[in-house]
Design a protein. Sequence first.
Length: 117
Amino acid sequence: MNIVHELDERGASLRVLEPEITTGGDVGRIVITVLGMVAEMERKFILDRQRAGIDAAKAAGIYKGRKRTLPYEEIRRRKAAGEKISDIARTLGIARISVYRALADKPLDEGGHADQA
């Protein structure tokens, strides 16, 4: 839709060969707009179904999200040794907020997930 709008602003039109649709006329613009709305609606339905599936899997204890990639134990060890937050972040090449999150989170189990207790 953005491309069609940009073309229209520049005085050009889009012509789709199969099926034959052009944005050069009013009917063509309406068809493209309706198709865009249908595509947007379908995308929303897909995201809703995905969210429902994830919620159901979480409720069943199947889905736990992706494994953590931050070196949580390293961050905690460095902080316990008295290293400053900004120094830890700089050394590990991560954002300071990531260090704060790692320090605030629960301890990790062997699979890299927070303990549920």
